[in-house]
Unconditional design. Structure first.
Length: 478
């Protein structure tokens, strides 16, 4: 008897950023029929206007800083005159060329991702999509100028539409003088004086980068310390570095309004003070791109801020609809979005899935030095269990031989472990390329290694990772 025809599981993915891309790829690899709808380009904002270009710009700034700091190593980076002072600029930067390179790189990454999807058998549609109930998506296709509509039936829908920079009515971006982080790449030259409003991760990263690239920078922070969401000791290192670079940090200050002037901007603070500058970057958070998608009508629950409520397998209140990335109420990181996308598809198709544990997520602030974190932090530990339940140890990089060799000693490695078992539960690394160093701690947290197990692994001598094993050995004695 002939086997009955079995229809493939149909998946519609709304948004081609990290979460949508991984969901579509995973679905195709597991044999589903997948359609991905993206309005701008595969990779979404993360690749085209956010993570890839911004971190590329920051890498350029890091290169500039490395050259400037080379004097610590005895490297002369200028032609001296008779008095020993430079007779020509030490470093020249062509911002237009830098922006052209990083946008081209972002575009190339998007093309590579599109090819990967097409090779896997994913149907990619360029256009605007919205839900038509819990089992279909309506797409206004870009090719027709939005006049033709495509109806995509789906057994499973993944919403991964991302977020956009938050805009204030009193400081409306114009793309020329008052900017969001998506608009920075059109600048033809380094701003003479850039005011950055907001000292969270985005504000701190761009303030650091543009100050390093030569702009005068004023950072307006509503909190007592920059990077208020990070480890206080780590944030203190970054604030010291900002001031060493000559950045003006205005703490406990809130911007009420930003307006254009004849040749720049005027920033008015809530206490009446004003700051005149050539440009202003508004880094005051982001809002999810969930409006007008028909989510609530399809049975999807939203928060007051418009974020999609999801559980640890990325499922929404409607069983057939999942969501991933910055449009959800989870953790707004590209790596988390990717994991949500994969987890959603594996759960929908009945594959083995492990719920996402945010305690195991590694995160990084791309300042100079970087701040990398994973697991529990001191604030959460104090609130959850009291200081008596855990032990911590910090190794300053000033005692690490490799840090001394490369001339970068303003940082540290901090480990947290449960007192009773010695299990590693978190860590903070402040160092050059801390984002590369945190992986060993992420493995330790994910697999519940003890400090003795971490300490027993061989670290190269000399190396920055040696500070991790040093901290682990010290915790054995606690």
């Amino acid at each position: 008897m002939a086997k009955a025809y079995e229809r493939k599981h149909r998946i519609a993915v709304l948004g081609g950023g990290p979460g949508g891309y991984e969901a579509a790829l995973a679905g195709a690899q597991l044999g589903a029929e997948v359609t991905l709808i993206e309005r701008a380009g595969v990779g979404g904002a993360a690749v085209l206007t956010d993570v890839v270009p911004s971190k590329s710009l920051i890498a350029t700034a890091g290169g500039v800083q490395a050259v400037r700091d080379a004097g610590r190593l005895g490297v002369q980076t200028f032609v001296p005159g008779g008095d020993g002072k430079p007779v020509r600029p030490e470093i020249a930067l062509n911002l237009a060329a830098v922006n052209k390179r990083l946008l081209a790189m972002a575009g190339a990454q998007s093309v590579d991702m599109l090819r990967s999807l097409e090779d896997a058998g994913v149907r990619v549609v360029q256009g605007e999509g919205r839900l038509d109930g819990p089992g279909a998506v309506i797409v206004s296709t870009a090719a027709s100028g939005g006049t033709d509509f495509d109806h995509v039936d789906a057994d499973t829908i993944v919403v991964a539409v991302g977020s956009s920079p938050r805009e204030l009515d009193s400081a409306k971006p114009d793309g020329e003088r008052i900017l969001t982080w998506k608009q920075l790449y059109s600048l033809p030259a380094i701003p003479e004086h850039l005011v950055v409003v907001g000292s969270g991760v985005t504000g701190a990263e761009f303030a650091n980068a543009y100050r390093t690239l030569g702009a005068e920078v004023t950072l307006v922070s509503s909190r007592e310390q920059v990077l208020p969401g990070e480890d206080p000791d780590a944030a203190a290192v970054i604030e010291r570095e900002f001031k060493r670079l000559g950045m003006r940090v205005m703490s406990k200050s809130r911007a009420d309004a930003v307006v254009r002037t004849d040749d720049g901007v005027l920033v008015t603070l809530s206490d009446g003070r004003t700051v005149e500058a050539s440009h202003c970057l508004m880094a005051v958070g982001s809002i999810p791109n969930t409006e007008g998608l028909g989510l609530e009508k399809a049975g999807v629950a939203l928060t007051e801020s418009g974020h999609i409520r999801v559980n640890k397998v990325a499922r929404t209140a409607m069983p057939s609809i999942y969501a991933a990335g910055d449009c959800t109420d989870f953790f707004p990181l590209a790596s988390v979005a990717s994991m949500q996308g994969r987890t959603a598809i594996m759960h929908a198709l009945g594959d083995f899935v492990r719920p996402i544990d945010l305690r195991n997520v590694a995160a990084n602030v791309f300042t100079y030095p970087e701040i990398a974190t994973v697991g529990w932090n001191e604030r959460a530990l104090a609130e959850a269990s009291g200081l008596a339940q855990h032990v911590t140890y910090t190794v300053p990089l000033s005692v690490n031989p490799r840090a001394k060799m490369i001339g970068f000693t303003d940082g540290f490695v901090k480990l947290f472990a449960w007192k009773a078992s010695g299990t590693v539960i978190g860590g903070v690394i402040v160092a050059h390329r801390a984002s590369e160093l945190i992986f060993s701690l992420a493995l330790a947290v994910e697999h519940r290694l003890t400090v003795d197990q971490v300490a027993s692994a061989f670290a190269v001598y000399p190396s920055m990772t040696g500070a991790i094993t040093d901290a682990a050995r010290a915790l054995h004695m606690h």
